[in-house]
Design a protein around this ligand. Sequence first.
Ligand code: ADE
Length: 225
Amino acid sequence: MRIDIITVLPELLEGPFAHSILKRAKDKGLAEVHVHQLRDFGAGKHQQVDDYQYGGGAGMVMQCEPLVDCIEALQKQRTYDAVLYMTPDGKRFNQQDANALSLLGDMIIICGHYKGIDQRIRDHWITHEYSIGDYVLSGGELAAAVISDAVIRLLPGVLNDETSALTDSFQDNLLAPPVYTRPEDFRGHKVPEVLLSGNTKAIDLWREEQAYDRTKTRRPDLLED
Ligand code: ADE
């Protein structure tokens, strides 16, 4: 999978893709992330990419031309299955969305800034609009990194058995159960007996119950789905 991210702040995206699982995915040739500076497509000496909004009001709007020029330059080179726009008024991104995107081929992600992008781009070029939560970030870059991470780690071969995505929270609409490691007794706080029993059936059952109880108290909305 190849992900092309369009942004006015490429520096913000240098860190997330340089380490850990995302780096491993890149090193194994399973995923590539390319970051593009939108200003390279901006007009004039100042490489302008935004302008005042029609109708008046505070805040600038990202213009059609630089964005569409950048999208189309990429689309000339290969076919993209999706053009994503990160925006607080998009669909709230969840694990099912990550699963679905992980089955697609290449995608473009557009990071908004200021008041957002001209509606005509949303109407005619964007295929998916996502929010990563009900709060406003100063731009879409961190959201793009979050979504790329959630998708890339699902690609076959990226995770090993130890980190398998199948046991993640949300994969079956349940939160994950609690986990423990050595020592057995830490300052008088003991590991639940069942986990030391070696009885795999009892352990599986305990984990299922814990996952259910945790979901019921913390995220009852997941059980309604
Ligand atoms: N851009 C600004 N806030 C955002 C959010 N919550 N999700 C996605 N993109 C954003």
